[in-house]
Design a protein. Structure first.
Length: 693
């Protein structure tokens, strides 16, 4: 095929190869319809338009390709404009050379897609037509998505005219994919030629300084636009990664053992264009290296920061412009201050910054009160805690309570943590978050805020939270945070009362712009010990039912305090790459109480040390209890015998709470204390029977 194309087909034309493969599936679908095999036709329709997610035949589908090329048009346009703005120069005239190189690509496109669709626009239209804005992209995509649903409905109803509609639908999608790819290529060549001209007049050194100065802003803004479109057309945040990589051949591997990974790009359509221009028209390859080092790196970093829940550090040991392939090395929660190669480091931590709260939630594990503890960590001590944490790793640090916004220094603490490279989250009831507070949180550097919402029925939520009007404030808080571009998570605690409402709560969450949904399973500690938990079988069924509903929602769903979800997810064949382990306590997670006491998790009140008396690093690495939690062979009963013990681990808090009498005789008291029972016992709320028993 290379003999028929000007540009290297592997580097520049995966988009066309994908279209041709989808065209073949369309032919197969038409044959199935003729045989009245509508089920096979429906399966093929989904593969064509929504994709095949993994394996050697991975394909983002027409939807993924269109979103990718839309995003790349924005990226390539922005590269040129941001550089001109930074340098304060006018756009140099590169039209003659641009036309020549683009015409060669257009010739390739005609050759590769003539059996798929005709080219929807020529060079003159590409040159003069205004680019689609975010709103127009969303309208276009949703229109095509609605057409897809109609054809799927025809197939479901076994309509004999479905074949004709299927053919037209394919053509409509293909036309838009080709349109965006042509514009993308035009902007790619334009950016290269403009930068090449500037290198002659200003020198490579000046260009590199300008690119380095604007690269972070460029990456964040271009990925933000791509994310905005992705979310508003109904795809999940984590889908952005596969969408943004859809035109590449990639080797990617992440290790939970070492918390690192490599992402190797075996092709790059941008570099393919640069290589062609370099070889045929003498453009300097040094210019291509600048794009790799600054703009592509910034774009990759911003994209990963958008989809990964944990902080990370990114290196680029290989540039495709100089090595023939591109490679990124990723390390989760990396801190240059951490002089250790330990396997287990915190990826997530929660710090109850105060016990003070303005609500009276019936399930509260910390037994929050109207008054703060007299010995809560001060502002200076809180900053010192963050310094100590950075000596071990740079995790997602969730500031919780009580109600954390009742601390007068909360914005100062958020700002300090963010400045240290920590990813700062906030766990709130939402009662104190209006538009002004949301804007202030964003300015301080907050990364995500979780809001508690336990029913789609206002009165029921208010009753659970113990305060009239709590539901309205929680919903308003979610809206205010989204208005200020803050990632929002809804936390729902599962009880007998809302067991049948989870689907409705998820739908409400979507309506108000929430992306993440965490379903918390009641752990019998604190005031939660007084509530009747759901039965073990209902607990198991609820996890399965929640996962089964994921497909109909655009939410990113994760059960919490339910480590069995890893076993269930694996059994259902779900993509588990976004999760590390079921129970993270002591391995990748711990909690700090308001007075500085460190415990494995909020629901496991075993005091392992206090950061006022002992450095956090010493507590984390030297605690015998932490070490035991990190050894799956230390688990007892059926948890110790279970083939999923490394993947799940069982709920250590539930094992501890239900295997001891500390709840019975301590009543509401839930402060960290010395070891009272067996935290390594089997999880009594798991119904699974290990195969070895």
């Amino acid at each position: 095929m290379d003999a028929l194309t000007n540009f290297d087909i592997r580097q520049c034309h995966k988009w066309a190869q994908l279209l041709r493969a989808r065209r073949q599936k369309l032919i197969e679908a038409q044959a199935a319809i003729e045989k009245q095999d509508f089920d096979s036709a429906t399966r093929l329709l989904k593969q064509i338009f929504t994709g095949v997610p993994s394996g050697k035949q991975a394909d983002p589908g027409m939807g993924g390709s269109l979103l990718y090329h839309m995003a790349m048009v924005t990226k390539m346009e922005s590269e040129t404009q941001v550089l001109l703005d930074e340098l304060g120069v006018e756009l140099p005239n590169v039209s003659a050379q641009l036309s020549k190189i683009y015409r060669d690509f257009e010739s390739d496109a005609k050759e590769l897609t003539h059996k798929v669709a005709s080219l929807p626009l020529g060079l003159q239209e590409i040159t003069t037509n205004a680019r689609l804005g975010t709103k127009e992209k969303i309208i276009l995509f949703n229109k095509l998505k609605d057409e897809s649903k109609k054809v799927e409905a025809q197939l479901t109803s076994k309509d004999p005219k479905a074949g004709e509609a299927f053919e037209k639908l394919f053509g409509d999608w293909a036309e838009q994919v080709i349109r965006m790819r042509l514009i993308q290529e035009y902007e790619t060549i334009k950016g290269l030629l403009v930068t090449s001209e500037l290198s002659k007049t200003m020198g490579l050194s000046a260009l590199e300084k300008a690119m380095a100065k604007v690269q972070e802003k460029f990456g964040e803004e271009t990925v933000s636009i791509a994310l905005d479109v992705t979310l508003k057309v109904g795809l999940r945040r984590e889908k952005l990664q596969s969408v943004m990589l859809s035109d590449h051949f990639i080797n990617m591997a992440m290790s939970t053992e070492t918390l690192d990974g490599r992402m190797e790009f075996l092709n790059c359509p941008i570099y393919g264009s640069h290589k062609y221009a370099t070889e045929k028209y003498g453009v300097s390859d040094k210019v291509s290296e600048l794009f790799c080092t600054h703009f592509c790196f910034a774009h990759a970093k911003a994209m990963l920061d958008t989809v990964l829940p944990f902080p990370f550090t990114l290196w680029q040991p290989k540039l495709i412009a100089s090595h023939g392939n591109c490679e990124y090395y990723l390390k989760l929660a990396y801190s240059p201050q951490a002089q250790t190669s330990e396997r287990f480091v915190p990826l997530v931590m929660s710090w109850n910054v105060t016990r003070e709260c303005n609500m009276k939630c019936s399930h509260c594990y910390i037994n929050a009160t109207e008054k703060k503890l007299s010995n809560e960590l001060t502002t200076a001590e809180g900053k010192n805690l963050m310094d100590q944490i950075a000596q071990v790793s740079k995790p997602l640090l969730i500031l919780s309570g009580g109600e954390p916004l009742l601390r007068s220094d909360i914005y100062e603490l958020i700002h300090y943590g963010a400045s240290k490279g920590l990813k700062i989250g906030l766990g709130s009831n939402g009662s104190l978050i209006d538009d002004a507070a949301a804007a202030k949180l964003k300015a301080a550097g907050i990364a995500t805020v979780s809001i508690s919402l336990d029913s789609h029925i206002p009165a029921q939520h208010d009753d659970f939270r113990g305060v009239t009007g709590a539901w309205e404030k929680a919903v308003s808080a979610c809206k205010a945070l989204r208005k200020n571009n803050v990632l929002v998570q809804v936390n729902t605690t599962l009880t007998q009362q809302n067991y049948s409402q989870i689907d409705d709560i998820m739908s409400l969450s979507e309506e108000i712009g929430v992306e993440n949904f965490h379903l918390f399973f009641l752990v019998p500690t604190g005031r939660g010990a007084k509530l009747a938990d759901i039965s073990p079988q209902k607990y198991e069924d609820m996890i399965s039912n929640t996962f089964a509903k994921v497909a109909k929602h655009s939410l990113n769903v994760r059960p919490s305090c339910a480590p069995q979800f890893m076993r269930i997810a694996k059994g259902m064949g779900l993509d588990m790459r976004q999760w590390v382990r079921g129970c993270l306590a002591g391995l990748y997670y711990c909690r700090v109480y308001p007075n500085g006491d460190v415990t494995p998790c909020p629901y496991l009140p075993i005091k392992l040390g206090n950061v006022r008396e002992k450095n956090f690093k010493e507590i984390w690495f030297n605690s015998l209890i932490f070490k035991a939690l990190r050894d799956p062979n230390s688990l007892k009963g059926k948890c110790g015998a279970c083939e999923y013990r490394s993947l799940c681990g069982g709920c250590r808090a539930r094992a501890y709470g239900l295997s001891s009498d500390f709840i019975d005789y301590c009543g509401d008291l839930h402060e960290p204390s010395e070891l009272k029972s067996d935290y390594l016992a089997e999880d009594p709320w798991c119904v699974y029977q290990p195969k070895t028993l």
